[in-house]
Ligand binder design. Structure first.
Ligand SMILES: [Zn+2]
Length: 341
């Protein structure tokens, strides 16, 4: 196996090792594409002190089964699969009582166990999901985000026609907005970056507002003065949480979502004054299969978000640039790596 490992703060190194298939419940996967996001770069920068190095980054990968521990009804050698980044610990009170989705200590790729920036991985079969031929790799790399977005939808208790203000128009925000439409709500996407808003508009999101340009007034106009029924705040959007609380109607709910979160400090008094429910979502456990169905049903238009795959040889250079942007507090784009060359 060859891979790339964060050996210490700010340092990514190429490594080699063995990926041994020695368990009948597991399979060996040839990874064909890995996704690196701002979250991986934040880990690399030492943002979260609970992450210990060395660790291989990347929460999202696609691959092909190269070897199975035992015959499977669902997977065969050559099956194209999505690798899930999250698994319950199997040992805590909730896990041992059939409530794995509320696990006390999820194992998360690239965070507290090795991620997927490597050419081969051995994974339990239950963490591998076969991809239908109609789902393109370019879309499948977003299955982690789509699962996370579906967990948000699960928590929203959305009713038909309700307005949902979404803070953050990166690909996760855009996916949530499109899913809100799919579930018959009305998304209002907000960001301070016009380019991102335009991309979301092109993908079918009608209300895309710049937070710097009288967004509050516009939301009042769109909702007939009632404000948003629900608010979703992307944890890395760097937008005003105060505005997010202001745009939420009294006694409704706001969801904070992200696989990880910067050291966020949020003044809660306006949320308390309005009796808001504050909900947090940090993984999409249990939603990978529904997410694959969403893609297979063409419920999302991600064509404006397809990434151009980059070469393995350029990993260190590209990650170096992402780290530089991150430290300069610029927005960090996603990097798709072709793990075949
Ligand atoms: Zn557990």
């Amino acid at each position: 196996m060859i891979g790339w490992q964060i050996t210490e703060k700010d340092k990514l190194e190429k490594i080699s090792g063995n990926e041994m298939l020695d368990d009948i419940e597991s399979a060996k996967v040839k990874i064909t594409a890995s996704l690196l996001t701002e979250e991986d770069i934040a880990v690399m920068s030492g943002e979260d002190k609970s992450v210990s190095f060395p660790i291989i980054p990347s929460k999202t990968a696609i691959g092909q089964i190269s070897e199975l521990g035992q015959q499977s009804a669902y997977l065969a050698k050559g099956t194209r699969v999505f690798l899930s980044s999250v698994s319950p610990c199997g040992k805590c009170y909730h896990c041992t009582n059939g409530r794995e989705k509320d696990c006390y200590s999820f194992k998360i790729a690239g965070y507290n166990r090795d991620g997927f920036l490597k050419d081969f991985a051995v994974k339990p079969v239950k963490e591998l999901f076969a991809l239908p031929p109609s789902v393109k790799d370019a879309e499948a790399v977003y299955l982690g985000y789509i699962s996370l977005a579906l967990s948000v939808i699960d928590k929203l208790n959305l009713q038909k026609g309700q307005h949902v203000a979404i803070f953050g128009a990166d690909v996760l925000g855009a996916i949530i907005a499109q899913l809100i439409i799919y579930y018959q709500g009305v998304p209002i996407l907000l960001d301070d970056d016009d380019e991102k808003l335009l991309l979301a508009k092109k993908s079918g999101v009608y209300y895309a507002l710049n937070t710097e340009k009288k967004a509050e007034k516009e939301v009042l106009a769109i909702t007939g003065g009632r404000l948003a029924n629900k608010v979703v705040y992307i944890s890395r959007s760097k937008l005003s949480t105060d505005l997010a609380f202001r745009l939420c109607a009294p006694s409704e709910s706001i969801v904070f979502v992200g696989f990880s979160y910067p050291n966020m400090k949020v003044a809660l008094s306006s949320a308390i004054a309005k009796n808001l429910s504050v909900i947090c979502v940090t993984n999409g456990y249990g939603n990978v299969e529904p997410a694959i169905n969403i893609l297979a049903n063409n419920a999302l238009d991600l064509s404006n978000y397809y990434l151009v795959p980059t070469k393995m040889d350029d990993i260190e250079k590209n990650v170096g640039e992402m780290l530089k942007d991150y430290k300069a507090k610029k927005k960090v784009g996603n990097l798709l790596v072709n793990m075949l060359g």
